[in-house]
Ligand binder design. Structure first.
Ligand code: NAD
Length: 653
């Protein structure tokens, strides 16, 4: 069946694109649009055209299966030229998403109308690219330049309301889109054909000073990513020079970026995120329906998990130890939800509805109808056994029971449960209602139904769910433990905390390991180390510097002293007292300190990550190196544009 059809309804030609799932700009679509335009041009009975899509969305991007292949004519920029050159007005009727090439097609049309829930954007920077079919030249000729810059450099789509405000669309329509487009066609058919965007002057160009500010801010926000900065160059060229010069420049930069390491890395992680949760063993297995979610423990993680579950539309009950803890859990959930109202993510009405779907209790009997329960109590095996014993007693036989433990053996937790096949791990990251990553831990006895339910739950929460097996720390914490150890070795061998952190930031992490530890607080891992001290292998190198800091009362950022010294504004300064401590420790151990370059530090950290990653894959804890990349990028600040520790190859810089 053809992906593009033209039908005539009176004097209106309707170009219908039907190329599921996203109506991508595949070769047949590009060819079909050009053919349809030729027919419209030749048909004297047609005096206006509507370009509309079947299915869930307008054109939402390019055809990924054509990536890496030589371009086949007509290429998209030429399709858009044909649209612009049409002597009869073309109306883009948009529903779902008009993204990337989809929005560029719409910009080639003479008018744009959109459904009220539509989203429009140029997300190319997310793949290390810039728009390649005129987006950087046409968009600033239609909407205020600052809006165009923001859309192109952030990659974030705008709603149809915003699109209407800035002039990106001509109308928002309610009701059936095709009918609305036909009504709109009646209103414009007697008007002169609008000047194509390419022939218009940009809407008020920025001054030279403003361009400098825009460039500086973009470089800062891009944090090492090239594409947003190149996008500014392209937009500026399209504004300062002839539009045609802009188009040529944009295409040249698009092609350069497409072949760049950053774009390859960003495309790798984009596809890895989409494939990582597709497990053959749950293919075709229907998950349990989930309506009620139980959360055990209303602390940091429990309250976050409860918030995420409420926001996904589930009824949620938190079980706590006593009324005071229930009240604390409730207060935290309310605080998180108020934050969502403040950030404009939910309305006050929705806030009220979510709170009405939320309850707390000290009685496990409240979970009798729960479909899925997540345990987030203290990290202690006896407490976990106690909780899962109660869950076995009170929950439905097929309720999926999940633990959010960071390190404990979930197989051991499952072993004492009634029906262990339904016990799994759901390892959330803090703050659980914000962080996208979720490790779904596959226990030895977990059945396919429970796994399918866990992944469906993850999807409903909007998380990137990564399957992993049981081991100490699962994927992410295990890799972090490995590279932390090597960072500590480097301290004793000659590096200082701020040098290691600076190298990590220079590589693209939002912060270094030691600053991160200060932020989390040093005393929790200190307590864990003390607890595990009797089990430590005496032959293994142990770095006690973190223990010394805690003994000195330096618990991290919250008390102003940790690996760094913090001023009253919370800004970290390297502390000579810590440097002295580090140097003294090397002397005590008889280690001759040497200097470390940033490159060597980065190389050491990435090699440690890679080696541990290889082990994790070999053991089957991660199903592929891609799973490790997805975890490290989404949970541990690994720079997305470097693709992940398994993707990147030496020399790492
Ligand atoms: P927390 O101390 O903030 O909260 C634990 C809560 O559990 C407390 O409110 C406590 O009252 C409650 N609780 C304890 N025993 C209970 C019982 N028998 N019944 C009901 N409630 C009980 O701890 P947290 O940071 O939220 O961690 C919870 C779990 O999540 C731990 O297993 C931890 O390892 C794991 N985890 C923590 C993080 C993190 O960043 N904090 C990240 C991932 C996983």
């Amino acid at each position: 069946m053809s992906t593009v059809t033209l039908t005539r309804e009176g004097h209106i030609g309707v170009i219908m694109i039907n190329n599921p799932p996203i109506n991508a700009t595949s070769h047949s679509v590009r060819e079909g649009i050009v053919d349809a335009l030729d027919q419209i041009d030749a048909d004297p009975a047609i005096n206006v055209a509507i370009l509309i899509c079947a299915g869930k969305t307008f054109i939402a991007g390019a055809d990924v299966s054509e990536f890496g292949q030589p371009p086949k004519a007509p290429i998209l920029p030429n399709v858009i030229k044909c649209l612009e050159a049409s002597t009869k007005p073309v109306i883009a009727a948009i529903h779902g998403h008009a993204l990337g090439g989809g929005l560029e097609v719409a910009l080639g049309c003479h008018y744009r109308i959109a459904d009220k829930s539509a989203k429009l954007g140029l997300p190319e920077v997310n793949l290390g690219l810039i728009p390649g079919a005129g987006g950087t030249v046409r968009l600033p000729r239609l909407v205020p330049v600052h809006d165009a810059i923001s859309m192109i450099t952030s990659g974030k789509p705008v709603s149809s309301t915003k699109a209407n405000e800035i002039g990106l669309i001509d109308a928002i329509c309610h009701g059936a889109l095709l009918d609305a487009a036909k009504d709109f066609a009646q209103t414009i058919q007697k008007l002169d054909l609008p000047v194509p965007l390419i022939a218009r002057e940009p809407v008020k160009a920025p001054s030279a000073d403003e361009w400098d500010d825009i460039t500086t801010t973009t470089i800062k926000k891009a944090r090492g990513q090239v594409a947003p900065v190149v996008a500014i160059d392209a937009i500026r060229t399209g504004i300062d020079k002839e539009a045609q010069t802009g188009l040529t420049f944009e295409r040249q930069k698009f092609v350069e970026l497409r072949d760049s390491d950053q774009s390859k890395a960003l495309r790798h992680i984009f596809f890895a995120e989409r494939s990582v949760g597709k497990l053959p063993e749950i293919d075709g297995i229907a998950p349990n329906a989930i309506r009620e979610v139980g959360v055990i423990g209303g602390g940091i993680m429990g309250a976050g998990i409860a918030t995420a579950s409420l926001l996904a539309g589930f009824d949620v009950t938190i079980i706590e130890r006593n009324d005071e803890a229930c009240a604390n859990g409730r207060a935290t959930v309310e605080k998180h939800l108020s934050g969502s109202v403040k950030r404009g993510l939910i309305t006050q009405d929705r806030f009220d509805q979510l709170l009405a779907a939320f309850s707390t209790s000290t009685d496990y009997a409240a979970l009798r109808n729960a479909d899925l329960v997540v345990e987030a109590v203290f990290e202690d095996m006896n407490v976990k056994h106690d909780v899962f014993g109660k869950l076995s007693l009170h929950c439905k036989a097929d309720a999926v029971l999940a633990s959010n433990t960071s390190y404990l053996d979930i197989n051991e937790i499952a072993a004492k449960c009634v029906n262990p096949g339904r016990v799994i791990g759901l390892h959330f990251f803090s703050p659980a209602h914000i962080m996208k990553l979720l490790e779904v831990v596959h226990t030895d006895k977990a059945n396919a139904k429970s796994l399918a339910t866990a992944f469906a739950f993850g999807r409903a929460l909007g998380k990137i769910a990564v399957p992993c097996g049981v081991c100490d720390g699962f994927i992410g914490n295990r890799i972090m433990s490995a590279y932390r150890k090597h960072c500590e070795y480097m301290l004793e061998d000659g590096a200082l905390p701020h040098q290691i952190d600076d190298a990590m930031v220079e590589f693209g992490f939002p912060m270094g390991l030691f600053a991160m530890q200060d932020m989390a607080g040093l005393e929790i891992s200190w307590a864990t180390r003390k607890r595990l001290a009797p089990f430590r292998d005496p032959a293994e190198r142990y770095v006690a510097l973190g223990d010394y800091l805690c003994e000195m009362g330096r618990f991290g950022k919250k008390n102003g002293l940790g690996w760094y010294r913090y001023d009253e504004t919370g800004k970290a300064q390297p502390d000579p007292e810590v440097d002295t401590l580090v140097i003294a420790e090397s002397e005590k151990k008889g280690i001759t300190r040497r200097s470390f370059s940033h490159d060597e530090i980065t190389h050491t950290i990435l090699t440690a990550m890679r080696n541990e990653g290889d082990k994790i894959v070999a053991e089957g804890v991660a199903r592929s190196p891609d799973a490790i990349d997805v975890v490290m990028v989404n949970g541990y600040g690994f720079p997305r544009h470097k693709g992940g520790p398994m993707f990147i190859s030496p020399p790492y810089i």
